[in-house]
Ligand binder design. Structure first.
Ligand code: BGC
Ligand code: NOJ
Length: 811
């Protein structure tokens, strides 16, 4: 069952009922200011850091779900309602929500009044703009009263939810003209405030939550709105809000448009005040002036659309498969940009408090967006590398506002360093900018201890051979990619963090996954050495990689598939010998991607085992059989009920590794089958089961052992976005950036006749027409660039900024 449809021409998903199976959300903002908005107008916004600079309050996992947002209440002669249905939930005669690229438009109509609220964050602007159009669709005159509403967060979202002995006394606001200013803590050390404005004289206001709602009322029934009269309250302590009251007289057919701005301002210390206790509003007024007229809003929206069209134009496919088109051309790259901006920090599942920018997460996210905004990828790589320690290890995450590493999710995940090589290599291949390797980058943000980025990569690489276990495989440390395989944790204290507790010295437990990752990313390090003229380094690294390949086959292969790990006692994990957890997806994907066992046929065996043991109609589960009880030597993985999350859920992040691995061995039909099982657009028809948005990937779909098999969770912020983008655009459709050009190496279903890709690469545009006359999956029979035949599979960089025609014949 569906709850809307894709509008590909407008690059929108159109939701036709407010009662979606879960709030279906969108992200607003591009650089510093961000907001989340659901199809019923729930959500929140923040400046740069969801924890430290939260503008509006949001209560996660609330009842009813998704209660709290930026609302526009309509009072129409005693009747009152909200256009997004929530929070009032009055029946609507018409409802529609259009989530587009960086904006959301919600329309609701009741009793001859139609309200459209269009929300977006303009480019280079620290605020949300709301264009609200109220139309009288009836044939008689209407006097409508509009009440806006936002509830302020007292900046630090963590403190805001916990430190009530202080917080209930500190809230402060100011009012001037039609603008409500929120200035809590501005009197002391903060140099920032926020404001909520409307471009018209107001007929009243409220800034105190209790006066607006009534102490025992919810957002569904604010006493002020029910009465149709504002109380002109001025908040002092408790919970500051902002609500404008506007009276609109509308002739039949008439519409009026209002523009609201919810903005954030920082003032230099010496310019904080206008007078004692009166904040300096100059910057806010300048921001408000930018959107005094609806025409300015429209112009800014057009700029936003142009920005997105430009980003999406870097890789575009023409194909007969409309679902594939909407994933590759619109929604997958859009999600990649959102994960770039947010990492795992703010969603409806990530509270924006606990997890910042992940070291491994951000490096992997980069793979999906580097072609769109290479300049910002460069900055991101430097930021990430600056949190690395000088022995090559890394903080697992850093705080977006300060860019400093923190220990909240621990240190010592031994896969982390390798992802820096992968992210940096992707950047260099995309841009040809080798100069990034010479950048001076600190260790642990200490400018007195720094080295070139290349040196950081070297320490990343050697962190593996410097930390080997008894079988010569990499020590796992706290965990590898699978944060929940905690082999040194041995926790028996309830509530103790599996990620930060290490009760056993980690000198035995080894990871076959890290071995595969080492062999997978190692060659990029080798190539980078060669290009810097470091032949000896390159040869030494090559030997280490070759050695790891052999060790993996010797100690990391179980006969029909790759093992997962050795635990603290040196016992196998992910082996036929195990009672539970006999086979895991991660090493099958990563080792085959690395080319391990491909020649001997063991890779194919491993991927066949995946089909036999891990396949379901909703995707590939993480492992089988699931752990039926808690195992102290395995940690968090065995804490989940069977079929969920890392305990045999369908972890969508590593399904693309299987797609890429299948492409590696030439099985194009299979690669695409795995792709289309989890790609959200292909699951739209089962939205009632899937429950999460049909336009973006979720982190997990419940596995076959789960009670709710097929139900997704944790949408939006997941490495799933970037890896699926890599799998479909590079491994399946086969256009891969390489150091010297674009490598063409498709691996597609045999039945496909062909497709065309437009790829912008290092300033040139390549129109690549791929035909498949002999219906093969893989193999390039002929490649021409502007009519000239090319030997090999790499389109060289032309570098003239023009459009070039490439023809590829498979065979
Ligand atoms: C989750 C993982 C996550 C980890 C780190 C665990 O509870 O299952 O998916 O990566 O927490 O925060
Ligand atoms: C989510 C985390 O963000 C990611 O880093 C990790 O690899 C997966 N969970 C699997 O545990």
């Amino acid at each position: 069952m569906k709850f809307g449809h894709f509008d590909d021409a407008r690059k929108e998903y159109v939701i036709t009922t407010p009662q979606t199976p879960y709030p279906w959300i969108n992200y607003l903002g591009n650089e510093n200011f961000f907001g989340l908005i659901s199809n019923t107008s729930g959500g929140y916004c923040f400046y740069r850091d969801a924890r430290m600079r939260r503008l509006t309050r949001y209560r996660y996992n609330n009842i009813p779900v998704d209660n709290g947002g930026r609302y526009f209440y309509v009072h129409d002669e005693g009747d009152f309602w909200t256009p997004g249905w929530m929070p009032v939930k009055r029946d609507l005669d018409f409802y529609e929500c259009r989530h587009g690229l960086g904006y959301t438009s919600i329309t609701g109509e009741r009793n001859g009044v139609r309200v459209n609220q269009l929300a977006f964050i303009p480019l280079n602007y620290n605020g949300e703009v709301y264009k609200v159009t109220v139309k009288n669709t009836s044939d008689k005159k209407k006097s409508v009263k509009l009440f806006s509403f936002v509830e302020f967060c007292l900046w630090n979202a963590q403190d805001d939810m916990t430190n009530f002995q202080r917080n209930l006394s500190i809230g402060e606001v100011e009012l001037k003209d039609s603008v409500i200013y929120h200035k809590t803590e501005y009197r002391e050390r903060r140099d920032h405030y926020s404001f909520f404005s409307v471009n018209r004289a107001i007929d009243g206001f409220d800034t105190d939550r209790e006066s607006f709602l009534g102490l025992y009322n919810g957002l569904d029934n604010p006493q002020v709105v029910a009465k149709g009269e504002p109380s002109n309250s001025v908040a002092s302590g408790w919970s500051p809000i902002a609500s404008h009251h506007l009276k609109l007289d509308l002739a039949p057919g008439e519409e009026q448009t209002l523009v609201f701005v919810l903005g954030y301002v920082e003032n230099p210390q010496e310019e904080k005040w206008e007078a004692l206790d009166v904040i300096n509003k100059t910057r806010a007024e300048a921001m408000i002036a930018k959107f005094a007229e609806p025409a300015q809003v429209d112009a800014s929206l057009a700029e936003l659309a142009a920005y997105w069209n430009n980003l999406l134009s870097k890789y575009m496919i023409e194909t007969g498969d409309e679902k594939l088109g909407r994933m590759v051309n619109i929604w997958n790259p859009y999600q990649c940009m959102v994960t770039f901006n947010m990492s795992r920090s703010a969603s409806y599942f990530e509270s924006g408090i606990g997890r910042g920018m992940g070291f491994r997460d951000s490096n992997q996210d980069l793979l999906g967006f580097v072609h769109q905004i290479p300049g910002r990828a460069r900055e991101r790589i430097i930021d990430i590398a600056s949190t690395q320690f000088d022995d090559g290890s890394a903080y697992h995450q850093y705080q977006p506002l300060t860019k400093r590493g923190n220990t909240e999710v621990g240190i010592g995940f031994n896969d982390d360093p390798l992802w820096l090589i992968s992210g940096t290599a992707a950047y260099v291949k995309e841009t040809g900018d080798f100069s990034i390797l010479d950048e001076d980058v600190p260790f642990d943000n200490d400018t007195n201890n720094s080295a070139t980025l290349f040196e950081h990569l070297k320490r990343s690489f050697y962190h593996v051979p410097n930390n080997l276990g008894p079988h010569g495989l990499p020590l796992i440390g706290r965990a590898d990619w699978n944060d929940c395989l905690n082999l040194n944790c041995f926790s028996n204290t309830p509530g103790e963090s599996f990620q930060t507790t290490e009760n056993i010295e980690g000198k035995v437990a080894e990871s076959v996954f890290i071995a595969g990752l080492f062999v997978f990313v190692g060659p990029d390090y080798v190539e980078i050495c060669r290009r810097r003229g470091l032949e000896k380094e390159a040869a030494e690294a090559e030997a280490l990689i070759q050695g790891m390949k052999e060790t993996t086959m010797k100690h990391g292969f179980d006969g029909d598939w790759f093992l997962r790990a050795y635990d603290h006692f040196g016992d196998k994990i992910g082996s036929k010998e195990c009672a539970e957890g006999q086979i895991f997806i991660e090493p099958q994907g990563m080792c085959v991607m690395a080319g391990i066992g491909v020649e001997s046929g063991d890779a194919e065996k491993a991927l066949d085992s995946v089909i036999e043991k891990l396949e379901t109609k909703h995707g590939i589960v993480l492992q089988q059989p699931p752990y039926s009880k808690y195992y102290i030597n395995l940690g968090e993985i065995s804490s989940y009920p069977p079929g969920y999350k890392e305990n045999a859920g369908i972890f969508c992040h590593n399904n693309p590794w299987i797609m890429i691995a299948e492409a590696e061995i030439g099985r194009g039909d299979r690669a695409f089958e795995v792709y289309s099982r989890i790609a959200p657009a292909y699951r739209e028809d089962i939205s009632d089961l899937h429950r999460m948005e049909p336009y973006v990937y979720s982190q997990m779909i419940a596995g076959r052992d789960a009670v709710r098999h097929g139900e997704a969770k944790n949408s939006w912020l997941t490495g799933t976005a970037s890896w699926n983008f890599v799998a479909i655009t590079q491994a399946i459709l086969g256009i891969k950036p390489d150091f010297d050009g674009l490598k063409v190496d498709p691996c597609i279903p045999k039945a496909w006749d062909g497709y065309t890709i437009t790829r912008v690469f290092r300033g040139d545009t390549y129109r690549i027409k791929i035909t498949n006359p002999n219906h093969v999956s893989k193999g390039v029979a002929k490649l021409t660039l502007d009519g000239q035949e090319i030997t090999g599979q790499v389109i060289p960089v032309v570098g003239d900024g023009k459009t070039h025609e490439v023809e590829v014949v498979l065979g």
